[in-house]
Design a protein around this ligand. Structure first.
Ligand code: SAM
Length: 291
């Protein structure tokens, strides 16, 4: 199999040849549109110097395009049943290295250190499995990995969360993590028809450029994200109630109120109305009172 598999017919042929059955539980919706695949690689600015980390190569449709342009593709796939399929579809490329395992569990930093020259910053490109989009993005962004850019296909609804502003319905802890750590842009929206099988939701390709300098100063990022997550734990509750229930206990109500007062944040507000700067101010005050 030395042809691109980016057409419905070729994808079907390769799936049939290897008697592969797609698993919905692993988010296996494979791309079958040459233009979309090329656009994804172009949006990620992949060239002959690029080291690419692909999550979930599936049958290899996107991997083929990336391998044709990049210096090296390092792919991580959870489903070992795809080993024979990928050996077939990628046989013309000697610049692809596949690691089988769950990307959320594997030591990705070590894999990259093994596969890339020292000091390399990789570009992540993927058509992500939708059931684990948020944990994968959080690992890529907060896992201390040498990543400069992330271009991924995700559900359209999650894409809108990434760019959401305070007060918007889709604003949440993922919006804050992404906006704090990266510059986010929606590259294109994608119809269901370019996948096999078709997913239930519309999709979008997003590009995240990791900020070399953070948007604001946060002393302890782990503590900051704990405050953010607690503030969004129950969206209908006030900030004070969320922090009493999910961060500190009710006994520390006065400390919480004092921290909010110093940070000039009304305790009756809801977490979804706070800007990143306000969360940083609040987290910094709470940290001073940590025991
Ligand atoms: N890249 C292929 C394409 O575009 O046609 C396949 C994309 S498909 C949406 C997602 C892929 O991620 C599947 O191959 C699936 O087996 C794999 N996958 C699912 N969960 C994973 C995980 N936790 N770690 C690594 N790969 C995973």
């Amino acid at each position: 199999m030395n042809k691109r598999i980016s057409s419905p017919k070729r994808m079907q042929d390769v799936i049939r040849k290897h008697q592969f059955t797609l698993k919905k539980s692993l988010g296996q919706n494979f791309l079958i549109d040459e233009n979309i695949l090329n656009n994804i690689a172009t949006s990620a600015s992949i060239d002959e110097n690029s080291y690419v980390l692909e999550i979930g190569p599936g049958a290899g449709a996107l991997t083929q395009v990336l391998a044709g342009r990049a210096k090296k593709v390092i792919a991580v796939e959870i489903d070992r049943r795809l080993e024979a399929v990928l050996a077939d579809t990628l046989q013309d490329f000697d610049n692809v290295s596949i690691h089988f395992g769950d990307v959320l569990e594997l030591d990705v930093a070590q894999i990259l250190a093994q596969e890339c020259p020292p000091g390399t910053s990789v570009t992540v490109v993927a058509n992500l499995p939708y059931y684990v989009t948020t944990p994968i993005l959080m690992k890529l962004l907060t896992g201390g990995l040498p990543i400069k850019t992330i271009v991924v296909m995700i559900q359209k609804e999650v894409a809108s969360r990434l760019q959401a502003d305070p007060g918007e319905k889709s604003y949440g802890s993922l919006s804050i993590a992404v906006q704090y750590l990266a510059e986010a842009k929606i590259v294109m929206t994608v119809p269901k028809t370019v996948f096999v099988p078709q997913p239930n939701v519309d999709s979008a390709v997003i590009r995240l450029d990791v900020r070399p300098q953070k948007k604001i100063r946060v002393d302890d990022e782990a503590f900051f994200f704990k405050v953010v997550r607690a503030s969004f734990a129950q969206r209908r509750k006030t900030l004070l109630n969320n922090l009493m229930n999910n961060f500190w206990s009710k006994e520390r109500k006065n400390d919480l109120l004092a921290a909010m007062e110093t940070a000039q944040i009304d305790p009756r507000r809801r977490g979804e109305t706070l800007s990143i700067e306000e969360f940083a101010a609040l987290s910094s005050q709470l940290q001073k009172m940590k025991e």
